[in-house]
Design a protein around this ligand. Structure first.
Ligand code: ADP
Ligand code: MG
Length: 256
């Protein structure tokens, strides 16, 4: 077969089989192999590796996009030195992602501004970078979405859809007061997630105040029970980061 014919056929197959990375590099790799610099197997390995790497990057970009995580809240911008040693240790152990396999929940408590949302988002971003699927939502919009799905008779299907995520970050549970119907869909989701997948949640409310969220003591106890059964609790007993930053700025200004 003539070289030009071979090249045309290769181009067609690469396109049909969706192998863009190989398309990009095969010419150069082939020349290199023809010169005797790489053997048959090495050449094949080069091509497969390139395609594999490209696909991994694409998949992670897709996962990052679908996660809806706020990208600016990452580990690089989080000052871990503000965290007490026990929190640092726990965070380190969470970053290997094994809690996802164990379907454990991460529950972050603390006053507003202590870094709960930033920390959980940063952990989640690291895990997405390692190939895990996670979905971020504020509790209020989650409740809104679930309620809408319920009214459209699609609650089951949305719950099923969410099972593809190894963790759901539910930010700020208890921040807004819910009516009974809203609280019920939230409870349904938590009950559905139980032992199916992790929940990573942040709250300014300690468990002792959760009756404000779930209204009656039975439902409150049932929700807490499911969340806590397999869980890691991060108590951020710190001052507000924003307040501290404001103080630092004020002192710096006064020194000038
Ligand atoms: P919370 O969810 O506890 O109310 P946030 O995570 O929203 O607090 O943090 C409030 C603000 O302070 C955000 O802009 C966040 O990026 C910043 N922040 C909090 N803790 C840290 C930290 N340790 N390092 C860097 N920025 C932080
Ligand atoms: Mg928050």
């Amino acid at each position: 077969m003539k070289r030009i014919e071979i090249n045309t056929k290769i181009a067609v197959f690469l396109k049909e089989l969706h192998l863009p990375a190989i398309k990009e590099i095969y010419e150069e790799c082939s020349l290199n192999a023809e010169k005797g610099n790489t053997g048959h197997r090495e050449y094949l390995l080069e091509l497969l590796e390139a395609e594999h790497t490209t696909r991994c990057h694409r998949r992670i970009n897709r996962y990052m996009h679908e996660s809806k995580l706020p990208l600016e809240k990452d580990m690089a911008t989080f000052d871990m030195n503000r965290m007490p040693l026990n929190i640092k240790r726990i965070v380190d152990s969470l970053l290997d992602g094994s809690f996802l396999k164990r379907k454990e929940n991460i529950l972050a408590f603390g006053k507003p501004g202590t870094g709960k949302t930033h920390l959980l988002c940063a952990i989640a971003q690291e895990l997405v970078q390692n190939g895990h699927r996670i979905y971020f939502t504020r509790c209020s919009s989650l409740v809104e979405d679930l309620l809408k799905a319920k009214r459209d008779l699609k609650l089951d299907s949305i719950l099923k859809k969410l099972t593809k995520y190894e963790a759901i970050v539910i930010d700020d549970i208890g921040y807004v007061q819910y009516n009974r119907e809203e609280m019920e869909v939230l409870f349904t989701l938590l009950a559905h997630r139980y032992e199916r997948g992790s929940v990573m949640l942040t709250s300014n409310l300690q468990f002792s105040k959760w009756e404000k969220i779930f209204k009656d003591p039975m439902t409150t106890a049932a929700a807490i029970d499911r969340l806590v059964h397999h869980s890691v609790i991060l108590e951020l007993n710190l001052n507000s980061y924003r307040m501290e930053q404001a103080k630092i700025k004020k002192i710096a200004k006064e020194k000038k």
